[in-house]
Design a protein around this ligand. Sequence first.
Ligand code: ZN
Length: 362
Amino acid sequence: MSELKDMKIMMFPSKYIQGDGAIQFLPEVMAKFGDKPFVLATKSMIPLAKTLMGNKGKVEQFGGECSRNEIDRVKALAQGSTAIAAIGGGKPIDTAKVVADEMGIPVVVAATIAATDAPTSGCAVVYTDEGVYVEVLYQKHNPDVVLIDTDIILKAPARFLISGMGDALATFFEANSCEKTGSLSEAFALRTQTAMALSKLCLDMLLKYGRQAAKDAQAGIKSEAVEAVIEANTLLSGIGFESGGLGSAHSVHNGLTVLPATHHLYHGEKVAFGTLVGLELYDDLGIKDEVYDFCIDVGLPVTFEELHIPNVTDAELKEVAESAYKFNFMSHEPVELSTDIVFEAIKKTDKVGREKKAAKGK
Ligand SMILES: [Zn+2]
């Protein structure tokens, strides 16, 4: 008998709204679900949330961590609400997703940065109150509405958008490796051709618009390129990783976290370096050089120095390689691997990265 994991599963958010001033539509979107909206907002977004919602429903400030205590606190406050919205980054978004799932009410996600693919996915990462990882919780379905306001994204530092490109850059390569090895996606099943096509579109859009978007975001300029990259970082990367699967890039990311100095980097920055390591291991498209150039041009890390580990020792890198190799996503790669092979690929990435930067005069 076949099991659910033998099926192809594709997950989507129900509605995705993106554009300049999109946040203004939050009250209208919430009203469609009922007359008792509840809005959980990150501190800096509280004045905007209060202005938008007026005397409709409740607005509550996010406590700072997506922990069981915070989830229970928000759940108690949201009793009787008809829908919950989160305005902020990954942690308030994840908190609202879990609260909505456990209460059986709709969730509206208003992301204020485009740094990760958390807004569209149907899972949430839970930590202790002190920020130590506890578990990933999977919701019954993906968010009901995802609302991305270009104006708000552009007010955040450009580094968030660029880091999001790093996370999105891995999407196609990891899905491609999973497809080649028949590995399970983050929907715990096989892939549709739709997931593969959207992952490829994610990569194509980054390569086409990423450089211009990085420049525009740094200058705070609204443009077609910025719009395209926001879509790639949130919608396409979100759908792609969840229904496509993960591989070496996120394994190397996790390996790098054994070095405390890399904690100052954003998720997508480490994933970008992991993507290059992954391409040193397996590059069936022959696209490696193009991806190095892209990372250098937009400002994603390609060297140990840029990972804040300029003096890293071979012994430390062995630890990184071992941790990355042991991570189960690494087995999704269609090549024979070992700790030594991963170690050599990590060292080669830094070497090639330095050479390419020097050739570009950077
Ligand atoms: Zn990621």
